[in-house]
Each structure stands twice: as C-alpha cells, then as structure tokens.
Design a protein around this ligand. Structure first.
Ligand code: KIV
Ligand code: NA
Length: 266
C-alpha cells in the first residue's frame, strides 16, 4: 500500500469523514501508530518538551527534528508524516522557510511540513507550496510564541480576536495550506472556522466541531510526567505500566529470580 496523501485528506473533508492525528518522535512508537491505522503522524516540535527534555518548544533545532523525522519515516509505511518547522527556522523570510522545508523533505523524507502563525506567515506558505512542499498551518495558541503570549491560554476569545483568527485561517487556506491546526480556541469558534474553510481543520483543545483531532502521544497514552492539559484524554496509563515493569525487573534481579533457567544458555 501507499502512504496517505494530502489529497486523501481533502477527500475526507468532502465526505464528512473525521480522522485522528498523533505526534510521534521515534521509529518504534511511530510504527505502533502506523499499524493502528493513524493516517497522519506529526513530528511535532513538542518533541522538545515531551521527548528531549527541554522546558518548552523554543530550544529544539532543525537538526534535532530532522533526526526524529527520519526515524518516524523509517518506522512507518502508511501514515503521512508531517514535520514541524521549529522556532527560528522560517519566520525570517520565505527564503528561509523554503530552505528549511526542503531539508525536511530531502534529508528526512517527510511528506509535509507545519509552521505556526496567521497572516504573517502567508509568504512562507506560498513559497513552500509553490515549490512543491505541502504545508499544514497552525493558529490559535502557537507555543513557539509563548514568550509573547505570556503563557498557554485559550486564544480567540471575544468577537475581535475571533474575527482575527477566522481571517488568519482564511488567508492560510488562500495561500495554499492543505490543513490548519486550531489549538486551544473556543469550540464554537473552531466549528465556525471548520464550516467556512474548504481545507480540513485539526483541533487540539478546540472541541468536537473540527474535521480532525490531534493529541500529543505522551498525553494520549499517559506517559506524560505530572499533569497533562485538561483537553487531553488519557487512553492508557503507560507511565504506570512501564514503571511497574521496571520495578518488577529490578526486584527480580535483586532477589535472583531473573534470569531463570529458560533465560540461560549452557
Ligand atoms: O508540536 C505539536 O505537538 C503540535 C501539535 C499539538 C499540533 O504542534
Ligand atoms: Na508544534
């Protein structure tokens, strides 16, 4: 079989079919999600705080995300792999965005890239799409701007902010984006954007009215240390499962119960 394409996602919107997206940061985990039939995997810059131990998404580099994206591509067969362009790798100009996007396709084998921002990144989106690089847009809460926004809060509240977000989404569609992530916006606004756009909307903390949903996989699987965000549903308790396994192994080594005869060669 072939990989999912941006055209498949456009058709899904026309048919009114919802679809799931998850983040992935390594070949092993990505392979599990690919086998589970998740059509789109995002190598998010959320790898910074969920995989690489940084405090937020600002420090992660293009080189680091290229390594992770290449691993996710190698570990999958069917999923469309979208690579997040990190902070500082596209904001300066369309030329800079094109250079970064080209690296993600040529060096990592990604099928598309993602960037954050509204009208201000329209030249970047146009340049990428015209060069043959599919672009997923991202509005609402844009974590790379956390230092300007002053925290992770709901965006697009009030008529003026809502109209601004709506206009941003429309201009990204007009620039050629194949989909747009709506992060941490009121559900009513996300529904309205979804109805007004022809491209799929992908919600995270944006209610049930979007065409698709995305979650950070470590939140979805219960691997996140401490409190996951309220909008993230926990579908497993992997942190407890893995911790219990490590403690059981350690106890067996200390007691001498492992290795047993069946683990031993003569
Ligand atoms: O980096 C990320 O995980 C993201 C998604 C939450 C959309 O940008
Ligand atoms: Na991101």
């Amino acid at each position: 079989g072939r990989r999912v394409t941006v055209r498949d996602l456009a058709l899904a919107k026309r048919r009114g079919e919802r679809w799931p997206m998850l983040t992935a940061y390594d070949a092993l985990t990505a392979g599990v999600f690919d086998e589970a039939g998740i059509p789109v995997l995002l190598v998010g810059d959320s790898a910074a705080d969920n995989h690489l131990g940084y405090p937020n998404t600002v420090p992660v580099t293009v080189d680091e995300l290229i390594t992770l994206t290449a691993a996710v591509v190698r570990g999958t067969k069917r999923s469309l792999i979208v690579a997040d362009m990190p902070f500082g790798s596209y904001q300066a100009s369309a030329t800079q965005a094109l250079a970064t996007g080209t690296r993600f396709l040529k060096e990592a084998g990604a099928g598309a890239v993602k960037l954050e921002g509204g009208r201000r990144v329209v030249p970047q989106v146009e340049a990428l799409v015209q060069a043959g690089i599919p672009v997923m847009a991202h509005v609402g809460l844009t974590p790379q701007s956390v230092n300007v926004l002053g925290g992770y809060r709901v965006q697009g509240r009030g008529d003026e902010e809502a109209e601004r977000l709506l206009a941003d989404a429309k201009s990204l569609e007009a620039a050629g984006a194949f989909a747009v992530v709506l992060e941490l916006v009121p559900g009513e606004l996300a529904t309205r954007v979804t109805e007004l756009l022809n491209i799929p909307t992908i919600g995270i903390g944006a209610g049930p009215g979007t065409d698709a949903q995305v979650l950070v996989w470590t939140d979805m699987a219960g691997m996140t240390a401490g409190q996951a965000p309220r909008f993230a549903k926990k579908y497993a308790d992997m942190r407890a499962v893995l911790g219990d396994a490590a403690r059981a192994y350690a106890a067996d080594v200390v007691s001498g119960a492992f290795p047993a005869p069946e683990h031993t060669f003569h």
